[in-house]
Write a protein that binds this ligand. Structure first.
Ligand code: C5P
Length: 242
């Protein structure tokens, strides 16, 4: 009998995060008593459904070796690449030594430390039997405008079928690696894993998640992330006390 597919996490963490204007890549900035990347890694390292984690860091990264993530499962570190998609592809190649071709991979940005356990579990539950896979996302709630080059409104865009794409993005290991390789060979601009699958003719599922799953991009995002994590800690302390 074929073994049940397992779930693995791939964390691209090789970006420089220049929009933070900080003295170090944004994943190494402090957040709620640890670094951003430690908060992110911890979500996957302590989740019982995740078999192991591969993280892609820059080849000259001086920060990662000083972290001490607690792991009772495989935690593999590989070199990142020039763009996020190259970092992900390197991590998938590293994962092939541990995983089966049909295993699921959840690719999640190191810069999204506010993913909740509920959303992670919800994604796995929603997609476990899906033939393609999919992503966490939220419907667009603000009115959308298309701009002219001189910063005026050209048109109001219908938002009724628009979604904001988040991570994790969950696909089968071989299918995702193949789609990324094909997209890169075709010179297709890969913005996220789903776009590579779309380029290969697939239609990944949208699974609604919380808008709190923000990507740290600007200094104010860190303050918001700090607030979300503190709120969650307060809620879990209250739950444990009652
Ligand atoms: O730059 P951006 O915030 O969109 O990056 C999203 C994630 O991809 C971050 O966690 C970043 O570290 C990672 N990344 C990467 N390799 C790159 C560029 C970005 O792993 N070359």
């Amino acid at each position: 009998m074929k073994p049940e597919p397992r779930f693995w996490a791939v964390i691209p963490a090789a970006g420089v995060g220049s929009r933070m204007r900080a003295d170090r890549p944004k994943q190494y900035l402090p957040l709620a008593g640890r670094t951003v990347i430690e908060q992110t890694l911890d979500i996957f390292l302590r989740h019982p459904r995740i078999a192991g984690v591969v993280v892609a860091v820059s080849h000259d990264d001086a920060y990662f070796p000083s972290l001490c993530p607690t792991a009772d499962k495989p935690l593999k570190v590989v070199d990142g690449g020039a763009e996020r998609c190259h970092s992900v592809l390197n991590a998938l190649r590293g994962l092939k030594a541990l995983a089966q071709p049909d295993d699921w991979v959840l690719v999640h940005d190191a810069a999204r430390p506010c993913l909740s356990d509920e959303d992670l579990e919800g994604l796995i539950q929603a997609l476990g039997d899906d033939p393609v896979g999919g992503i966490l996302a939220t419907p667009v709630r603000d009115t959308k405008k298309r701009a002219t080059p001189d910063g005026r409104i050209a048109a109001t865009v219908d938002r009724s079928d628009l979604w904001r794409a988040f991570t994790p993005q969950m696909f089968r290991l071989d299918a995702l690696a193949g789609a990324l390789e094909k997209a890169l060979n075709d010179g297709f601009m890969v913005t996220d894993e789903a776009s590579a699958l779309e380029h290969a003719g697939q239609s990944p599922r949208l699974v609604e998640g919380s808008a709190e799953n923000i990507k740290i991009t600007r200094p104010e995002d860190l303050r918001l992330a700090e607030f979300y994590l503190a709120e969650r800690k307060r809620a879990s302390t209250t739950r444990n006390e009652t």
